[in-house]
Design a protein around this ligand. Structure first.
Ligand code: NAP
Length: 276
């Protein structure tokens, strides 16, 4: 089967183009979207991802604030830092770069209208990776209504919110995880298969049916470089697939910044919550 290869870069470029225009319009009426990026410790990957977001945000015309706190920050101090950003009128949106030390996991709460990555669990926004996976599914032009969608992974940031988004679009959703018996029994039923397990090569060609839409959220560093959860050989059976790298990943940051613009509009009373 001639599969369509999704280009995350092409979709992200379209989103950034629209965002530049959107930010310029907001600035004309005196609204200046500002993204605060918070990093704890000196993790190199976190610094790299944070820097990419900062540069992209500035490229579309947003202001940014990069806040780096020491690895040994206390839960109370970290909570105060987030509370300070919540209360700062100039700050539109707040994101916290992973990894966050385990002892800080519950000492903070980003205000719902500023939580553009859905990090606090009660946010108005869905987590960006789940939204990016959904955007890729929509690009496939497959009919989601009534489709069998199988999501592998049940984390709070990817699997669960994506299962909800697919359910809201009227798919029949199955969520698999590390306790699922006979994973391939479920994957073979999928019209839309999303792999978000973080396990290189988990999905082989025998585990998917002809014509499937394959969405690979997995981002795995291996000795051979970056790879997803789906074996590239499986693409040959697909109608549409997202490669790794170059698939869902680039769309995630673009959607995060799109959420910052929506947050700015929401806070200014230009849109309502149901437009998020
Ligand atoms: P996570 O918190 O480690 O969750 C992984 C999920 O996969 C868990 O629910 C786990 O089941 C399940 N799982 C693990 N091994 C499995 C197996 N052999 N069979 C079936 N299910 C299995 O990871 P995450 O944060 O959701 O991230 C998932 C992947 O997406 C990672 O590779 C991560 O790097 C990537 N990611 C990509 C982006 C992006 O922008 N592209 C953003 C975020 C994350 P249990 O619940 O039973 O443990």
């Amino acid at each position: 089967m001639d599969a369509t290869r999704f280009s995350g870069k092409a979709l992200a470029t379209r989103i950034y183009h629209d965002l530049s225009a959107g930010v310029a319009e907001l600035r004309q009426i005196g609204i200046k979207p500002e993204l605060a990026i918070v990093q704890v410790g000196n993790d190199e990957a976190a610094a790299l991802y944070g820097e990419v977001k900062r540069k992209k945000a500035e490229k579309v015309g947003m202001s940014t604030k990069y806040i780096q706190r020491p690895e040994n920050i206390s839960p109370a101090e970290f909570g105060e830092q987030i509370a300070f950003l919540n209360a700062s009128p100039a700050v539109t949106a707040i994101i916290i770069e992973a990894p966050l030390p385990a002892r800080l996991k519950s000492s903070w709460q980003i205000a719902g209208e500023k939580d553009v990555d859905g990090a606090s669990g009660r946010a108005l926004f869905n987590p960006c990776t789940a939204m990016a996976a959904m955007a890729a599914i929509r690009e496939s032009r497959t009919r989601i209504d009534g489709a069998n969608a199988v999501v592998i992974g049940r984390s709070a940031v990817v699997g669960k919110p994506l299962a909800h988004l697919l359910l809201s679009a009227n798919a029949t959703v199955t969520v698999c995880h590390s306790h699922t018996r006979d994973l391939s029994f479920y994957t073979r039923t999928a019209d839309i298969l999303v792999a978000a397990a973080g396990k290189p090569n988990l999905i082989s060609p025998e585990m998917v049916k002809e014509g499937v839409v394959l969405i690979d959220v997995g981002t795995n560093q291996t000795a051979d470089g970056l790879c997803g959860d789906i074996q590239p050989k499986a693409y040959e059976k697909a109608a549409f697939y997202t490669p790794v790298p170059g698939g869902v990943g680039p769309v995630t940051t673009a959607i995060l910044l799109a959420n910052v613009v929506k947050a700015a509009k929401l806070q200014a009373g230009l849109i309502k919550e149901d437009a998020l």
